[in-house]
Design a binder for this molecule. Structure first.
Ligand code: KG4
Ligand code: ZN
Length: 336
């Protein structure tokens, strides 16, 4: 196995580069595009242009921090998808060009799969099977993970992702983007029982999620009760909204663990940085469950998780997964 890996992530609004020595992270540089804040959401065209402007500097900084020379790299990885196509193309082609120029292998990595494994960066072993909740701005998916390449989707959101709901509710409250970290902070000084916001339940699949109803219910609650923004009890609404979303995520995930008799649970993606979510999941440790979270720096988008997943793929994937070329593995086929 190659020893030094260069990994690049540009699927959305973070330009990130990381150097790993096998599965050990030597550097993980992340540059977030805060200017989207001005528009209240990501503007794809501006995101890809910003990636082009910063990628050289970010990669140089990853090498400098890791104290590694470019010629020492023996494997290159980049996010292949899902994500904003213009943004993905910047990192993916930059990484491929780097690999070609150095004559080393290149691996395209699935962004969701890399979130899922981010829980294990810096930890000893991964024990299978485990239940994985990937909860970010674009996805809310519950998996049963049987080994490095075998995933079954148990449930997913039928409308908004949980992070998207945090972002949209934050916008209604006049807070900045991304809304998740702001709501998390404000909720600490709020009363979570101030108002009970309902979370819809799916009739077809107990493991499916739905967060667009709660967003609408916050909207009407604000409209019916508050005439102007300055009188909003922002802390209490943040805490009550957060409680409802977190309860839905925790209940379904732990129900899946119980029903499948699985003792390991891995919670990843941007929303896994949420402190209330972490506290609620941790309560299950006294009931015999092992709940794994990524370090906070690996919760939101970062290149270290791409490099770590590339290491796992290169080391543990059966060769059939590498379809036409030994350099690029076939995209994982998540099964329902
Ligand atoms: O994984 P990520 O960086 O990007 C995607 O792949 O989507 O996740 C970003 C999402 C945003 O919606 C953001 O509001 C949310 O993660 N987020 C949080 C927290 N930190 C980030 N949501 C709740 N609490 C947080 N502390
Ligand atoms: Zn992500």
């Amino acid at each position: 196995m190659s020893s030094l890996i260069l990994a690049i992530e540009t699927s959305c609004d973070e330009t990130s580069a990381s150097i790993l020595s096998q599965n050990t992270v030597l550097s993980n540089i992340i540059s977030s595009q805060f200017f989207h804040n001005y528009y209240g959401g990501i503007v794809p065209e501006l995101a890809s242009r910003a990636h082009i402007q910063s990628i050289d500097k970010i990669v140089a900084s990853a090498f400098e921090t890791a104290k590694v020379d470019k010629n020492e790299i023996s494997l290159v990885a980049a996010t292949q998808g899902p994500g904003l196509i213009g943004s993905l193309l910047v990192g993916y082609n930059y990484a491929k060009g780097f690999a070609l120029s150095k004559g080393v292998p290149f691996i395209g990595i699935n962004h969701i799969e890399s979130h899922l494994f981010s829980c294990f960066i810096g930890k000893k072993d991964i024990e299978f099977p485990f239940i994985a909740l990937v909860v970010s701005g674009g996805h809310t998916i519950l998996f049963l993970v049987e080994d490095y390449t075998k995933y079954r989707i148990l449930g997913e959101t039928q409308d908004d992702a949980a992070g998207e709901a945090f972002d949209k509710v934050a916008k209604m409250l006049g807070l900045e983007y991304p809304g998740g970290p702001v709501i998390d902070k404000l909720a600490k000084d709020g009363d979570e029982n101030f108002h009970k916001f309902p979370v819809s339940k799916s009739k077809d699949n107990i493991y499916d999620f739905s967060f667009s109803g709660i967003k609408t219910s916050v909207m009407y609650f604000l409209k019916n009760n508050y005439k102007n923004q300055s009188s909003l009890p922002v802390n209490d609404i943040s805490a009550s909204f957060q409680k409802a979303v977190v309860s839905s995520l925790v209940e379904k995930t732990m129900l899946a663990a119980e029903n499948h008799n699985v003792k390991h649970v891995a919670v990843s993606g941007g929303v896994s940085a949420n402190s209330k979510l972490r506290d609620e999941f941790k309560k299950y440790e006294s009931k015999g469950y092992n709940v794994h979270f990524p370090e906070k720096i690996y919760s939101t988008d970062n290149a270290a998780m791409i490099g770590y997943t590339a290491y796992l793929k290169y080391t543990y994937s059966p060769k059939e997964l590498f379809e036409n070329s030994i350099l690029e593995p076939a995209f994982p086929r998540f099964q329902h």
